[in-house]
Design a protein around this ligand. Structure first.
Ligand code: DLZ
Length: 205
């Protein structure tokens, strides 16, 4: 069997075989508040995995929005704001270093500190549960397209942490808190994906 692949199912995230160091990363989590009992364990699962990968707690920024439909807007604005802030900080540092004598100064490097710089990755978390109208389909599709657009436009990976479920039980199981069967907490996969993509995106720069 290939290392990391499950033998009982074809589903699931295979281990890449590489350990990704999250310590230089700054991660944004934006989560909806609809279906909170599912959202909460998903957010906790993401955070725990990122901390275990070395991401510092102070570099995990969490923002909430009312529902999943608001996720793309919030992610877009917060990522853009962090990029503006990071570029202003880099400009300040360049200005400061040019005023100093290069032979005697210990001029700061132009890399912004992770606590104030651009986000390395973003996780958008929402739980959509199908009702009896078309509402679910419209929101689900709009959010998926919106989140994809943001990551391509900004270059910051946006992890798709949106569950689209037919029933409450399906959603609970995917957060590891199912009533009939506990299930696997997908938030943990999203945390891992955020760290991997944060590290790899810096590598691909
Ligand atoms: C209105 C609504 C409904 C019916 N269902 C959900 C849901 O299952 N999951 C979710 O995240 N949000 C839901 N919302 C709220 C919308 O996402 C949005 O917040 C409102 O339509 C206001 O724009």
């Amino acid at each position: 069997m290939v290392a990391g692949l499950h033998d009982s199912t074809v589903k699931g995230l295979a281990d890449s075989g590489e350990r990704f160091d999250g310590s230089p990363l700054r991660i944004l989590i934006v989560h909806a508040r609809w279906n909170e009992s599912v959202i909460k364990p998903l957010v906790e699962g993401s955070v725990q995995v990122m901390l275990a990968s070395g991401v510092k707690r102070e570099n995990i920024v969490i923002e909430t929005v009312p529902g999943s439909y608001e996720l793309p807007m919030a992610c877009s604005r917060l990522i853009a704001a962090s990029q503006v802030q990071a570029s202003a900080t880099a400009d300040d540092l360049m200005g400061a270093s040019s005023l100093l004598d290069s032979s005697t100064s210990s001029a700061p490097s132009s890399s912004a500190s992770p606590s104030s710089g651009t986000f390395s990755a973003c996780i958008a978390i929402g739980v959509l549960i199908k009702g009896s109208t078309q509402h679910f389909e419209y929101i689900s599709e709009a959010v998926s397209h919106g989140l994809m657009r943001i990551q391509l436009d900004t270059g910051v990976p946006v992890i798709y942490g949106v569950l689209n479920c037919n029933t409450d039980e399906q959603a609970l199981q995917r957060a590891g808190v199912g009533r009939e069967q506990k299930g696997h907490n997908h938030g943990e996969d999203w945390g891992k994906a955020a760290v991997e993509l944060g590290v790899k995106t810096a590598r691909w720069a």
